[in-house]
Design a protein around this ligand. Sequence first.
Ligand SMILES: O=P(O)(O)OC[C@H]1O[C@](O)(CO)[C@@H](O)[C@@H]1O
Length: 427
Amino acid sequence: MNVDIGNALGGDLGLERGDLDTLDERVADAHERIERGRARSEHGYAALNLPDTCDPDAIRRAADGFDPEHLLTVGIGGSALGAATLTGALGAGVDCRYLDNVDPVWVRAIVDEVDLSSTVVNVVSRSGTTAETLSNFLVVREAMEAAGVDWTERTVVTTGTEGNLRSMAARHDLPALDVPDGVPGRFSALSTVGLFAAEVAGVDLDAVLAGAADEADRLAGSLFESPAYAYGATTYALAERGAATNAVMPYAESLERFAEWFAQLWAESLGKDGRGQTPARALGATDQHSQLQLYRAGPADKLVTLVRPRESNDVGIPETDLEGLSYLGGSSLGELLDAEFRATEASLAAAGRENVRIEIDRVDERGLGELLYGMEAACVLYGELAEVSTFTQPAVEWGKNAARGLLGGGEFSEADAVTEKRRLEVE
Ligand SMILES: O=P(O)(O)OC[C@H]1O[C@](O)(CO)[C@@H](O)[C@@H]1O
């Protein structure tokens, strides 16, 4: 992974090289804290050890014997987004679907679309209590039974040591993978949580973990020596100067899910104590015809993170006599995308709008390993610098309790607050 922070300097938010030199002293201290946390496998920091602690053979054993047409991952948040990012980016010899929402129309359509007799279901939940995941699994299991499919023959569980899914796996002797200790869901892509789907989809797990290990080896006591820390420190420094939003704009359709995964990682880790940086999901070149207007001419309150592979397959553009477009003929879509990427980058800089370039060599296993690990390490560093509790997510519990109370799942004061909503309806 290569990170170019040149366009983060000299912009409207006023970040200069000297500021990063000063911040680098705190980066060194933060790196020491991170390395201590890793050495002790402390909660959260353990995620940065996954290139070494993840056992790909256990994942391969769990996938062994399955040769499905479809893989249905039933999970939500970090229990689905890592897998979706890896299979979305690396392609899949298998039709990979993700039930990570409880929209009944959407769930019914997916369950009806797949051939359940040739589907492997991976139900993923660290806690084993997530309402959306358990509800969707019960719907899928009922559909399998209705289709005359033995669900116990086609279900793999990925969960913690306790809880509903663990006891169900034991009761029905289901293949079960352990979620890694001390790794919050949003940091678990490079573990059993994200890699089972990748394995079933034919992804080379060893290459993904090797890419992650390369990025781990580049963590250092200076932001100028570590791409991950350069990104984490620069986004932190810009946030401190007013960059309340970080628009992540991959210039590859295969990385669209990566932007969604990044959004959970960044928001759930750093949105604490009234602080944080809002991750906005964008896509290049498409959003040059959409959100770029705001990024360039709206409030100077954001940075844009431009992500791309340095190499990719290409498609030629045929010669044309179309009025004013002959310059495109004989070129290629890749050359057009490259020109647009660099033009957008320069367009933002020319308007004083800070942006950072992140590049991987190719959208392949090593590239994804580097990118996922690099963003996780950047997030951990940002959290250290911001002095927030990076690895917890207490704010999501209020809504869970309210919904549970509304559904009769117990007495929760939050549910009362829902019924007391202030109303002003306009018909
Ligand atoms: O894996 P679980 O326990 O089902 O949690 C799913 C997701 O829900 C959260 O706990 C937030 O509610 C995320 O942090 C997590 O990725």
